[in-house]
Design a protein around this ligand. Structure first.
Ligand SMILES: Cc1cc2nc3c(=O)[nH]c(=O)nc-3n(C[C@H](O)[C@H](O)[C@H](O)COP(=O)(O)OP(=O)(O)OC[C@H]3O[C@@H](n4cnc5c(N)ncnc54)[C@H](O)[C@@H]3O)c2cc1C
Length: 377
């Protein structure tokens, strides 16, 4: 079982795992474009998925800072595995933990904590991306419970998930107040999963459409008090944004470490390329971006852990750290020269995987709009 009493200890345990077990297999896992089930189960056995949940409920009794340290370290190894883990610890299980009854916990939550069941989170629809008010997947109340009809898309883990947390509209007249979350086991009749999408990056994080056709679920599968779906979602939005920032820190560290190593090794014109000031400037910018990202992200996680509202700080953290990750991946591809263009070397993966960070938890155009408003515009 994972111990959560100390940030340093947790970081050490995760770093050892990443260095010994994840980095050596990162390229091979990425090339398969298959869900890394063995890695998923291995991380489950370490007790990682329960990091945010109390010990008496099968968790490790940690907090958001510890969760983000895990995400950061895993992202240093392989973004896909970090993304799957982030989903399992937070969005995929959060609503089940808080609002599922004991029967659902026994059957799904505890096994998910052990890495025996895969979770996912279904918000996005073909016509509802940033605009969640437009969600049209309908949950209709019946005498027995609810019937769900509609289609979700871009569902991370969709092809391999054992259960879905699905945002549905129960009463279009109520608009945002009609949005509610529902728990749907993957084997419920009427649930259909598409073929996995062919992705640019994070290729082992399988993503698909999931459609719901006359899917009947009992009443207690509504997760949360009726009408509070959106406010319950907002209650974890800061955490989602801080987590994405932590993933971005992991990618920046990987790109920086590899770039420094390469700059020490590669000799041109009789000197290592690291001795040239233009290469040094790139390393200096990457290192400074990394430091600033850490300050922003871990300031936000500390605020979350101290229950201080921090949507602004978490949004800035996600925005800055993710843009910095894009810059870091770009610089790594320049420092490696032509070798960055080869699939044998790591920069191409950082260059593809950093795109993953741009969309979830709010696109940067949405974040910039919010930040400008908070700044007084
Ligand atoms: C790898 C990956 C994994 C994902 N996993 C999941 C998942 O597990 N579950 C899930 O529910 N969803 C998931 N998503 C979907 C993700 O949440 C959406 O991509 C995101 O909400 C944005 O929606 P969209 O892509 O439809 O873009 P749109 O909302 O259509 O936006 C398109 C463009 O218009 C801009 N734009 C939109 N509205 C405004 C505005 N008001 N002002 C200025 N610009 C605007 C956007 O910033 C963007 O540049 C995933 C996406 C990706 C790429």
């Amino acid at each position: 079982m994972l111990r959560s009493d100390s940030k340093e200890l947790l970081r050490k345990v995760m770093a050892r795992f990443v260095d010994k077990e994840l980095i050596p297999r990162a390229q091979e896992i990425d090339e398969t474009a298959q869900f890394p089930m063995d890695m998923f189960k291995r991380i489950g056995k370490m007790g990682v998925y329960g990091i945010r949940y109390p010990r008496e409920r099968g968790g490790a009794g940690g907090n958001t800072t510890l969760y983000c340290i895990i995400c950061e370290e895993l992202a240093r190894g392989l973004m896909s595995v970090a993304a799957i883990t982030a989903m399992q610890c937070l969005m995929g299980t959060n609503f089940l933990f808080h609002y599922g009854n004991e029967e659902l916990h026994e059957k799904y939550f505890y096994p998910a904590m052990r890495g025996e069941k895969v979770a996912c989170f279904c918000l996005t629809e073909p016509e509802a991306g940033s605009d969640l008010g437009n969600v049209s997947t309908r949950a209709t109340k019946t005498d027995e419970g609810y019937v769900i009809d509609g289609m979700k898309t871009w569902v991370t883990n969709g092809p391999v998930a054992d259960f879905y947390t699905v945002l549905c509209q129960t009463d279009p007249a109520k608009k945002f107040k009609g949005l509610n979350f529902f728990f749907v086991p993957a084997d419920t009749p009427g649930v259909k999963v598409s073929k996995p999408f062919d992705l640019l990056g994070t290729r082992t994080t399988l993503i698909s459409e999931v459609s719901f056709n006359n899917v009947k679920i009992p009443r207690h599968h509504m997760l949360g008090q009726e009408g509070r779906g959106l406010s319950n979602l907002l209650s974890i939005l800061s955490e989602i944004r801080a987590m994405t920032g932590a993933l971005a820190i992991g990618l920046q560290r990987a790109a920086l470490d590899d770039s420094i190593r390469y700059a020490h090794e590669r000799v041109q014109f009789g000197k290592t390329i690291g001795s040239y000031q233009l290469i040094q400037a790139k390393i200096a910018n990457m290192a400074t971006d990394l430091e600033a990202s850490k300050l922003l992200v871990y300031k936000a996680t500390e605020m979350i852990d101290n229950k201080v509202p921090c949507l602004k700080e978490a949004s800035m953290a996600k925005y800055f750290a993710t843009e910095a990750a894009c810059r870091a991946a770009d610089e790594a591809t320049r420092i490696f020269g032509a070798y960055a263009y080869s699939m044998e070397y790591s920069p191409q993966r950082y260059y593809r995987d950093n795109r993953f960070l741009l969309y979830g938890g709010g696109t940067h155009e949405i974040l910039q709009t919010n930040i400008a408003r908070w700044a007084g515009l």
